[in-house]
Write a protein that binds this ligand. Sequence first.
Ligand code: PEP
Ligand code: MG
Length: 310
Amino acid sequence: RQQAIASAPAEPGVLADGTAVQILANVGKPADAARAVELGAEGVGLFRTEFLFLDRDVAPSYEQQLADYVEMMTPFAGKKVVARVLDAGADKPLPFLNDAIEANPALGMRGIRILKVREQLLRDQLTALRDAAAQTGAKLWVMAPMISEASESVYFTELAREIGVEVAGSMIEVPSAALLCEQVLESSDFVSVGTNDLTQYTLAADRVLGTVASFQDPWHPSVLRLLKLIGDAGEATGKPVGVCGEAAADPQLAIVLVGLGVRSLSMAPPAFAEVRVALKSVTLEQARAAAKRALAAHHGAEARELAFPA
Ligand code: PEP
Ligand code: MG
């Protein structure tokens, strides 16, 4: 069976009833991009741009960024590339940005919060991304990490438009933004859920701390209920909702996510084949029924059991 999955043709993601679900790649460095295409990525759903800058102690120049982005986007000419602007801080500190000692960095200056203070960096990054897309023919979408309310998505979208990036969205990874998702969507062209951080912040459990790792469970009904609010907000506004956290790579959870209203799943490319097979095995109606059962659970393990009874 493993063999069959590994050699399955790289088709677009689709449910048994023909409902399309985009299968996109999480990419950290340019070298990941070519492999993602080989495995049939329909595009990039999360380009973690900060990984290009982790070992530098000065801010990267426009020219350096342009070169890196062109290399990353070249294999995706004509395809969607969702680039996240720098998510510096917490588990991804960058020496040239995170210079203050913070007792709780996950609750501190991180993502859009720090970019607003260092706006020139954000401007340079958006400009380099815009120019790399123009050079390579990739269809660029940009998104901002750590959005917690609509004023931040208004700020980001206006800046992106001023610079000439046409599609700008918000990551939903803070419970506040999930609760206010319909407001955030008024000023965003799309949202993408970062389930790693959304789980960390919902369960109040540091995602990098082994002793609380059991709380880092995106099946937890509290996380699923926030995802339902996000899916409903997408439906109410008619704007796309995707997931780009690790949850998207779990084939059963992928079905539940689609049942909650998610229509694109971005993951590490080795997970593509199994997620495609899982999606193909259910109709939208069945996915919605599985999601409804999971929402009634009291804890993560029960949510999985209720969604997919043995
Ligand atoms: C997430 O938080 O789920 C996410 C996709 O972003 P990162 O893991 O890079 O914080
Ligand atoms: Mg995140």
